[in-house]
Design a protein around this ligand. Structure first.
Ligand code: NAG
Ligand code: NAG
Ligand code: NAG
Ligand code: NAG
Ligand code: NAG
Ligand code: NAG
Length: 341
């Protein structure tokens, strides 16, 4: 009975420590494993489907289709409070088809992700201090989602075929032709010096998806002309229409350096490499007459295969492995600067 107070305090202290440690452990399990492995059980809410096209989220999509564990995609807005991240695709916000849930409670730890794969995104002034992360094709985005990429083969191999049955010099698929775009000016001048076979709604010759690659494979060159010339904006026009089809891409878009960051220098021809469209046309024609030089534009295939990204679910699942690397706290004060890249 000599030291009742300190003893009581000591016991109290031990109990508090235990409870605290236990809570901390729970917290650790929720956030990441102490052995440094990634947090699992991340919930990503997609607020609305891009361009209104809905895909099934039944089952563990990320694990089943992409081998990513503990990554849950949901599109049920009533579960917003349980989401670690909420993803908003810009196009629908831009056209006011969808709105940010600014009236709903937003958990402090929840991150809002601004998603766009377009180069032109409209006026983003309304989105100050709302988003924590950006998701875009741009390499400086928090989550970079390219339209495609090259994957290094385990060992160099010749197991690729250069389509031999070429019936057109140059081909182009274009649906939304706008006279004022610089790609249109280049096309108009180019066609005066070389045959350009055009498909798409522009010329009322749309190609079914199944016919797209077989058709382009019959062309020596494909005009992988982007609708907007914006840094790092390189779309499926390069990855799918040209590379996968087996036509050499003639590119118009960001500078050559941006292309070289994602593809070997000798895998494409950049319109800026020429002083005039006449010179470009002359060069293209010379390659059609010189199989050795032409085929040199395919040797990169010894070392790489093309990976195309088309499924929004895959893009969203790929967020999870990055989760631990996101900044603890980040707020985009002004998304408007995004478009100036
Ligand atoms: C880390 O711990 C988790 C959960 O116990 C386990 O699933 C994972 O395999 C461990 N990772 C490593 C690298 O040991
Ligand atoms: C994952 O998180 C959800 C929502 O927070 C929760 O309902 C579920 O029980 C968790 N699952 C696991 C395996 O921890
Ligand atoms: C080559 O292309 C022509 C014209 O499209 C087609 O008729 C022919 O079947 C093709 N031949 C081969 C071997 O693919
Ligand atoms: C373009 O013009 C410059 C200056 O006249 C010249 O040095 C260069 O070789 C030309 N480039 C090509 C690809 O012809
Ligand atoms: C493919 O990779 C090998 C080994 O790294 C290299 O020696 C070769 O030059 C590469 N081929 C091409 C066409 O880049
Ligand atoms: C996300 O942004 C909101 C709104 O600016 C902010 O209140 C919140 O602290 C941010 N959360 C994180 C994890 O960065």
């Amino acid at each position: 009975m000599t030291r009742p107070l300190p003893l009581t305090l000591l016991i109290l202290f031990m109990i508090i420590s235990l409870i605290y440690g236990w809570l901390f452990m729970l917290n650790e399990q929720n956030h990441h494993f102490s052995n440094g492995s990634l947090k699992t059980n991340i919930t990503i809410l997609l607020w609305h489907w891009p361009f209104g096209i809905q895909y099934s989220l039944a089952g563990d999509v990320c694990l089943k289709d992409y081998g990513i564990a503990g990554c849950h995609l949901i599109d049920n807005r009533s579960l917003m409070e349980s989401a670690n991240l909420v993803v908003f695709h810009n196009a629908e916000l831009k056209y006011r088809k969808e709105h940010l849930p600014l009236d709903l409670p937003r958990p402090a730890s929840q991150r809002w992700v601004w998603l766009s794969l377009e180069a032109y995104n409209g006026n983003l002034a309304a989105y100050k201090n709302l988003f924590n992360l950006t998701m875009s094709y741009h390499p400086q985005a928090d989550i970079t989602v390219p339209y495609g990429k090259l994957i290094v083969k385990e060992r160099p191999s010749q197991d690729f075929v250069i389509p031999k049955n070429k019936s057109h010099e140059v081909c182009w698929v274009v649906s939304n032709y706008q006279k004022w775009q610089s790609r249109s000016a280049v096309y108009q001048k180019l066609r005066q010096n070389i045959n350009v076979q055009v498909y798409g709604y522009f010329v009322k010759r749309p190609l079914r998806m199944a016919a797209l690659l077989p058709t382009i494979s019959q062309c020596y060159f494909y005009l992988a002309f982007e609708n907007t010339e914006s840094r790092h904006y390189i779309t499926e026009k390069l990855w799918r229409n040209a590379f996968l089809a087996g036509a050499v891409p003639v590119v118009l878009g960001p500078p050559r350096g941006d292309y070289e960051e994602v593809a070997p220098p000798k895998s494409f021809i950049h319109v800026n490499d020429f002083n005039s469209t006449e010179e470009l046309a002359k060069y293209l024609r010379s390659l059609t007459k010189d199989p050795e030089k032409y085929n040199a534009y395919f040797t990169w295939r010894q070392n790489y295969t093309v990976k195309l990204y088309t499924d929004w679910r895959e893009r969203l699942c790929n967020i999870c492995p990055l989760y631990e690397r996101f900044p603890i706290k980040k707020i985009y004060k002004d998304l408007g600067t995004w478009t100036k890249w």
